[in-house]
Design a protein around this ligand. Sequence first.
Ligand SMILES: Cc1cc2nc3c(=O)[nH]c(=O)nc-3n(C[C@H](O)[C@H](O)[C@H](O)COP(=O)(O)OP(=O)(O)OC[C@H]3O[C@@H](n4cnc5c(N)ncnc54)[C@H](O)[C@@H]3O)c2cc1C
Length: 211
Amino acid sequence: MRYDVIIVGGGVAGLSCALTLGSMKGHFEWVENKKFLVIDNNSSDLLKALLNNVPGIQKGTLGRDAIKSLREQAKSYGNVDIIFGRVVEVFGKKGNFTVHLEDGSSFQSDYVVIATGFHKFDIKCDGIEVVDNLKSPRPGKVQVMVDSESRAKDGLYVAGLLAGVSTMYACAAGSGVQVACNIMAEYVGKNVVVHDVPEERHSEELNREEV
Ligand SMILES: Cc1cc2nc3c(=O)[nH]c(=O)nc-3n(C[C@H](O)[C@H](O)[C@H](O)COP(=O)(O)OP(=O)(O)OC[C@H]3O[C@@H](n4cnc5c(N)ncnc54)[C@H](O)[C@@H]3O)c2cc1C
């Protein structure tokens, strides 16, 4: 099955990326028929966390509840599918990637985002460089070398701890959101964001801002 963007890893970064891509629906004509897929093997670090210091998330929230809520938020736009499985290979180039899963299934996409955390990187994927993680408080973690746009190579983006951000929820989420904006900028040929405003402003101003 074919998607526009496949996101490998449905933790904080992957789901934040997916929900930002999904949220563009209804705001921009060019995203109307785009479909996004998250493939996750359900082992996010967040599942073990108790969140007291995440901006905007109520103190005392369990990480597993935050993940559940992120999944629901991403799916709420109707253009994000989330499936469970382990990705073993990402093959191809921009416009024609194939993502292989352990169970033998495969999916195609224009773009791939890898957001599999910093514990290890064992996905077969040509043309990317895996190095020691520079931001981890503990040794033995990894990251993938990326350019200033979070690209490991043309069409292949990296988000979250695997891209080398600090191991904090907000850093991982921000990285995923930035990758979503970078991909959309590639599709449209200019920078775009989605800003919603409350109903009462509708009559006075446009509720969608294109920057
Ligand atoms: C015990 C603990 C407590 C924490 N407490 C806090 C806190 O209080 N405040 C705070 O800000 N941060 C906290 N954190 C950090 C926060 O959880 C991480 O920064 C965040 O989860 C990183 O997001 P990520 O998306 O990069 O990685 P993850 O959230 O770990 O997501 C990676 C995802 O990739 C998936 N994946 C991996 N390999 C594959 C594969 N081959 N195929 C498919 N899917 C794959 C995994 O299943 C996982 O869902 C805590 C972390 C831990 C471990």
